[in-house]
Write a protein that binds this ligand. Structure first.
Ligand SMILES: [Zn+2]
Length: 697
């Protein structure tokens, strides 16, 4: 039978069943909204952040237990996934000293403040960077601005060497691990990293405890791990299962994975000032000037000697993820996964546990909803990751442990790291999930005015909301870039005491959200996204978005390539492949929209959904990226030179970064093949759907 005839004949049936289906989902969403307990977020946040809880610490085990119990009470089936990962469990011993002209030891920990009772907790540690090398060096100092690749190139142009020197870099622009990597590559003996007040401090606003910005003692902690994969440094591709467990996992030799060797320590701008105001060298290029009240200089000069000492043992450390599952009623083997890590550098009130508290409250709400009979069709899993702060470790090990199963079953991964850290809203996503966030944000009220979250999010003059492309920096990395699970990251943001000892419940209730209304708001949004993804019989991916986004990415890539190769004619094979993709996705989405109205047998639905889940894998290739084969996605990657920025079409981005044009033709072919794979999958699914015409239904 011809499709047009079929359509005409079924129009009336369509309307009837569509209304019934929508009202059911609307009922569920209303029931979900009313099952949210608006006080629960605050309760959990307070309990989770009672004590500092770095990965591997006793306090962090208590946080694990708390999470386990709440998830269990919320009627999720809870599992613990333990690993022995190779990380420093404590800062070890450290010292920063001005040796000459006048000996002075610099302070490495935040001031105790009478306004903030948390600031005197005896379990708080001094500032440290995990995966620092160990050593004790005394040397002259050189200021290197942000310590980016470009900054070190600039120093070379100026004829200034950092060899044998202690390098002083400010936080910002790139992942701190690259500051260490580039310092080391340029022969530096040690590295001190500080937060400049121009970037976060009195130049950006009132400082803590009077305001939310870094004060003269605030220190950003953080990992320096920069291996060419994500997760445990000794077990790329494999889960770092417990050493005493049944299954033995081969570990790499720690001396061969390229961990940093120079000592690295973070300090505050108050302490950095004590060094910088004694420097005697050339004034810095204008862009390198920060916010301290004097002209910055590049060299310290021979009179100014610093000493930096770090003895930081790195060893096998037990960590564990907690993953709860609310089993789906119809498609239990299709998984919607929401996650956030729980380990912190201190109390972790904004980063990460505002996300944890939201997910715990959400789990309770979904549990109550299921008890009322509204069990989701697909399984909803809520994952709490350990050891994210040391290098996105817990989630990566879990993804490696689940392997192919995860690729076949996971419909989406949604990350909420520090997901309720302010009153603004932002999101980024892989193409198929962008519309999901946009639509859900229209059904959520912003709590501090009469707008919807969508209206609040959208700039008044903009045609649409600004939704980002997903890059690096958190627990979605392995899902999205290693396995190809469509992923998103969303949440509320604002100024935070990032990775400092001041990230406490006191700070949160004073500056982040004193009324605690953003927690339930993000919980509402996250729950709606999970319920919509889990209850639509056909997974609700926006498959047209691939072609739309890819066009933008290729046009951006072409412009970047022209800056290094002006004669470049463009990615012709990929452009052509995109035309077919656009056509295929339009046809498929039409068929899918029709199909949604039928009463499709469950076994066929499963096949359709399996094919939809497989679409994103078109961009996954074992060969991976030239800068690290673990990064298997041709679509998106973290920028290997900065760590945080997103790279779209990373194979091409890397060539541009290296200013190479000879491989671009080969990349064009690789990209065209990936797009063709996606197109072929769409066409296959489309013919599978049309095979039912006039038959099964
Ligand atoms: Zn975090």
């Amino acid at each position: 039978m011809k499709k047009t005839l079929l359509l005409a004949g079924l129009t009336i049936v369509f309307i009837g069943s569509a209304v019934a289906q929508n009202s059911t989902q609307q009922d569920i969403e209303n029931a979900y909204k009313s099952s949210i307990d608006p006080s629960s977020f605050k309760t959990h946040l307070q309990r989770l952040t009672e004590r500092p809880h770095v990965a591997g610490s006793e306090n962090n085990k208590m946080v694990q237990d708390y999470i386990y119990n709440i998830m269990d009470k919320a009627t999720f089936k809870v599992e613990q996934y333990p690993y022995d990962v190779y990380i420093p469990a404590t800062p070890g011993v450290s010292l920063i000293e001005i040796v000459t002209p006048k000996r002075q030891t610099l302070t490495q920990q935040e001031d105790i403040l009478k306004e903030d009772p948390f600031s005197s907790d005896t379990d708080l540690w001094k500032g440290w960077n995990s995966f620092s090398g160990s050593g004790d060096v005394t040397a002259e100092v050189v200021y290197v601005n942000y310590g980016t690749r470009e900054d070190f190139q600039e120093l070379q142009t100026l004829g200034i060497s950092v060899a044998g020197k202690i390098v002083l870099a400010r936080y910002g622009k790139n992942f701190r691990g690259y500051k260490a990597k580039f310092s080391e590559l340029n022969g530096a003996a040690g590295l001190i990293i500080y937060t400049d007040p121009k970037d976060n401090g009195y130049a950006t606003g009132l400082t803590y405890p009077e305001g939310p910005y870094f004060n003269e003692s605030t220190i950003q902690r953080g990992s320096l791990l920069t291996v060419d994969y994500t997760g445990d440094p000794l077990t790329p591709y494999e889960p770092a299962l417990p050493l005493k467990g049944k299954k033995k996992v081969k570990r790499l030799d720690p001396s061969k994975v390229g961990l940093h060797t120079i000592p690295v320590l973070p300090i505050s701008y108050g302490e950095a000032q004590k060094i910088m105001q004694q420097m005697q060298g050339d004034p810095v290029p204008a862009a390198w000037q920060g916010g301290l009240p004097f002209t910055y200089r590049i060299q310290g000069g021979t009179d100014l000697k610093l000493r930096i000492k770090v003895d930081q043992p790195i060893n096998y450390t037990p960590v564990a993820n907690i993953v709860g599952t609310l089993k789906g009623a119809e498609f239990p083997d299709e998984w919607i996964i929401l996650g956030c890590h729980f380990d912190a550098w201190g109390f972790g009130a904004t980063d990460p546990n505002s996300g944890t508290a939201m997910l715990l409250s959400l789990s309770e709400s979904l549990g109550r909803l299921a008890a009322k009979g509204y069990r989701p069709k697909r399984s909803i899993m809520v994952a709490h990751w350990d050891a994210e702060e040391h290098g996105v470790i817990g989630s990566s090990e879990w993804v490696e442990q689940m392997g192919e199963v995860l690729g076949a079953k996971a419909v989406a991964y949604m990350n909420f790291d520090g997901g309720v850290s302010g009153k603004n809203f932002g999101a980024s996503a892989s193409p198929t999930l962008k519309q999901l966030i946009i639509d859900a944000s229209k059904s959520v009220n912003y709590p501090y005015n009469d707008q919807t979250l969508y209206e609040f999010w959208k700039q008044p003059e903009a045609a649409q909301v600004n939704i980002g492309n997903l890059g690096g920096g958190s627990d979605h990395i392995a899902f999205y870039m290693h396995v190809g699970v469509p992923s998103l990251s969303a949440g509320a943001g604002g100024p935070t005491p990032y990775h400092s000892n001041y990230d406490s419940f006191h700070y949160y209730s004073t500056f982040v959200d004193p009324e605690f209304k953003m927690g339930p708001t993000i919980e509402h949004l996250a729950g709606l996204m999970a319920l919509r993804l889990s209850n639509k019989t056909i997974i609700d991916y926006d498959i047209n978005r691939y072609a739309i986004d890819l066009k933008t990415h290729f046009s951006n890539a072409t412009n970047k390539v022209k800056s290094i190769a002006p004669d470049f004619v463009g990615f012709l094979f990929s452009q052509e492949a995109l035309l077919s993709l656009e056509k295929a996705s339009k046809e498929l989405s039409l068929s899918l929209n029709m199909q949604k109205e039928y009463d499709v047998p469950v076994k066929n639905m499963k096949a359709i959904n399996a094919q939809l889940i497989a679409l994103e894998k078109s961009f996954i290739e074992d060969e991976g990226m030239d800068y690290g084969a673990w990064y298997r996605s041709l679509y998106a990657s973290t920028d290997p030179f900065s760590g945080y920025a997103s790279w779209m079409l990373p194979g091409i981005e890397y060539e541009v970064a290296l200013k190479r044009s000879e491989n671009l033709g080969a990349w064009d072919i690789r990209y065209a093949s990936a797009i063709d794979r996606l197109t072929a999958k769409m066409n296959d699914l489309n013919s599978y759907l049309s095979s039912f015409d006039g038959g099964v239904f």
